[in-house]
Design a protein around this ligand. Structure first.
Ligand code: C2E
Ligand code: MG
Length: 249
């Protein structure tokens, strides 16, 4: 993936956002979505973020990419709000964004233009934060002071110390653990450890990657308050999400 191609993708609007539903446990009521970026490549079709986010991070393009994602997600969130069907929208951040002075400023300006922060959630990846010699705690605090909720994303048992010290509202337990916990006792113990660290601080826990009813049936007992995964729905374009919502009620 070449830098100029990715630059073109951002400026020529080749990026698209898909939205994955997040539902309450145990009611399955839809409360929000996670915005997940894809690249509609002219020759390669829909390209996964796993193929171009790392490149965006090493080339510094992640700033423009995240600005684009944030703006697009807020515009979509406004559409849902105007239609009388508001949803929280979670946006993934790169740890580089959290160390970027311009980012906080951009976020403030965007929020002013796009409407209030109460439906916005920012997700910060736990692995990147754990490796960070200088965790960007003031930026997380700033976001929360503005009314944005902060998620520690992709957390495993090794991140219990982050759950204990970072200023966060939500912890998302990694798909790797969630998909295994129904058949692997150790995975289940790890999940319990993260969720109980979270609940000790009144942090909500979300399970990512729930693919079957057997896993779903464990969630409430462990203490999860919400979940996302293919059992509920895969990420989809906004038009399809409207149909999906309409078909559920
Ligand atoms: P993530 O933030 O952990 O997002 C969840 C990923 O798990 C998504 O992959 C989603 O499609 C997938 N997933 C959800 N439920 C299931 C399930 O039941 N089964 C399976 N097999 N997969 C499930 P996706 O969309 O490929 O995104 C991968 C990662 O790319 C994200 O992981 C996130 O770290 C990153 N990413 C996506 N969009 C952005 C973005 O706008 N900015 C940044 N910085 N990173 C992004
Ligand atoms: Mg995420």
């Amino acid at each position: 993936m070449k830098r100029f191609e990715l630059e073109r993708a951002i400026s020529e609007n080749e990026l698209v956002l898909h939205y994955q539903p997040i539902v309450e446990v145990p009611s399955r009521r839809l409360t929000g979505v996670e915005a997940l970026v894809r690249w509609r490549h002219p020759e390669r079709g829909l390209v996964s973020p796993l193929e171009f986010i790392p490149e965006a991070e090493t080339t510094g393009l992640i700033r423009r990419l995240t600005f684009w994602v944030l703006r697009e997600a807020l515009l979509q969130s406004n559409v849902w709000r105007r239609d009388g069907a508001p949803l929280t929208v979670a946006v993934n951040l790169s740890v580089d964004n959290l160390h970027d002075q311009h980012f906080s400023r951009y976020m403030e300006l965007t929020l002013k233009v796009a409407g209030g922060p109460e439906l916005l959630i920012m997700e910060a990846n736990s692995r990147a934060l754990a490796r960070d010699p200088d965790p960007p705690i003031p930026v997380l605090e700033l976001m929360r002071a503005q009314g944005i909720r902060v998620t520690l994303d992709d957390a495993t048992d090794e991140d219990a110390h982050l759950v204990e010290k970072l200023p966060i509202d939500i912890v998302k337990v990694s798909r790797g653990l969630v998909t295994r916990m129904g058949r692997d006792h150790r995975a289940l113990e790890y999940v319990r450890a993260v969720v109980s660290a979270a609940r000790g601080r009144e942090i909500e826990a979300t399970a990512v990657g729930v693919e079957d009813e057997a896993t779903w049936n464990l969630l409430a007992g462990i203490g999860f308050s919400s979940a996302q995964g293919y059992l509920i729905a895969a990420p989809m374009p906004p038009s399809q999400l409207s149909e999906w919502r309409a078909a559920r009620v």
